[in-house]
Design a binder for this molecule. Structure first.
Ligand SMILES: Cc1ncc(COP(=O)(O)O)c(C=O)c1O
Length: 380
């Protein structure tokens, strides 16, 4: 008799297992009886833009108007559309290292070149972004992608850093910051502070990008939004968005509006669930002998797997093949990072415990790697 293999556990993606705000299902039920939906305007439903401008002003301190807000297909499209409007093919963009892999992918698809700058990734809570590298490579660059709370490190930004960022902008007047703040609602100890909020006369040099995906567990709805201050950048971003996809789905925007108006307290519960996942994951990995800093935000742990004797790719591959646990190796986030593996703690507790049991058994077996196959060959 053959036994079937245990189910694959996906710790490779940051797709929250937490249920969406209940107002989303209520809205979907109401919308089900509508005979038709129609396109939304390219910039987004006016009521949603207004509500988001109010949120950006009250919560993020950005002094936003509805005209400066563009609703996009997730933060992903907002970042891409902003870069497409800010840069010309051949321009150079500075990206965090380690950083969210889509930044490099988007730049590649827009014909932009990238230069990495280091961001804090380990246990040292006093560590800061590599300001010298940032200042050095800013000459001749068009945009800098800034991402705190960070994917993959789970580190938050200390607002005390911001004057250093503003100094780089003053020194390089052609540079714009695209600030990706999709994890703003998932800070476990501190409150997120938008860098544009304290930038004074430099605020117009920040395009700030947000999302319903992470804080509200609405990844599949695909609703993000861009704040592009000033008279015309938001209009250009909306036109770009129109050229690429017409508009963000009306149904998703109606749900996002219901959430923005009626579920502002939802992230607190989501954070509590994530914190318990974080604590389980960090404790489990440490018990298996791996070194991992406690994430301050988000849904990922950035574990140093070098104690296993394997490099990150080999560890990740063996975890996929041997344990049927999917993870993401460091090289996806920084070209030369062979020590770290990113693991999501956004899955439910039972799955997380099962994954950790498998890791622990593997550690007890001396981290023996498995044969050939690559992680992608294991079915999700
Ligand atoms: C840092 C970061 N930015 C943007 C995104 C994409 O967000 P959205 O679902 O809003 O497109 C992700 C998704 O994982 C992310 O980690």
């Amino acid at each position: 008799m053959t036994t079937s293999p245990p189910p694959t556990i996906d710790l490779g993606l940051g797709d929250p297992a937490h249920p969406m705000p209940s107002v989303v299902s209520a809205t979907l039920r109401q919308m089900a009886d509508r005979p038709s939906l129609g396109y939304a305007p390219p910039g987004g439903l006016p009521a949603l833009r207004r509500t988001l401008a109010e949120k950006l002003t009250a919560v993020n301190g950005l002094d936003a108007t509805a005209r400066e807000v563009v609703v996009t297909n997730g933060a992903s499209q907002g970042i891409a559309a902003a870069l497409a409007e800010l840069c010309r093919p051949g321009d150079r963009v500075l990206v965090p290292e380690p950083g969210y892999p889509a930044y490099r992918a988007v730049c590649r698809s827009l014909g932009l070149t990238v230069t990495g700058y280091g961001v804090p990734a380990g246990d040292d809570t006093a560590a800061q972004p590599d300001w010298d590298a940032l200042a050095r490579s800013a000459a001749g660059a068009t945009a800098v992608l800034w991402n705190f709370p960070s994917n993959p490190t789970g580190r938050t930004a200390d607002p005390a850093w911001y004057p250093r960022l503003y100094a780089v902008l003053r020194e390089h007047p052609a540079l714009t910051v695209v600030s990706d703040e999709v994890y703003e609602d998932l800070c476990f100890g501190t409150r997120h502070v938008s860098p544009a909020a304290r930038a004074g006369d430099l605020a117009a040099r920040f395009v700030s990008v947000f999302s319903f995906s992470k804080g509200y567990a609405m990844t599949g709805m695909r609703v993000g939004y861009v704040h592009a201050p000033g008279p015309d950048l938001a209009t250009r971003v909306a036109r770009r968005h129109y050229a690429w996809s017409m508009s963000t789905p009306t149904l998703s925007q109606v749900c996002a509006l219901a959430v923005a108006r009626g579920a502002r307290d939802y992230p607190a519960g989501h954070r509590a669930a994530l914190m318990s996942g974080r604590d389980r994951l960090v404790a489990g990995l440490r018990a298996s002998g791996l070194s991992v800093a406690t994430p301050e935000a988000g849904c990922f742990a950035w574990a140093d797997v070098s104690a296993s004797g394997l490099d990150a790719e080999a560890w990740s591959r063996a975890a996929a093949v041997r344990l049927r646990v999917l993870t993401a190796p460091g090289t996806e986030f920084a070209p030369h990072d062979t020590r770290h593996v990113r693991l999501s703690f956004a899955v439910g507790p039972a799955e997380l415990d099962a994954a950790l049991e498998r890791v622990s058994a593997w550690a007890a077996d001396g981290w023996r790697p498995a044969a050939s196959a690559r992680p992608a060959e294991v079915a999700r």
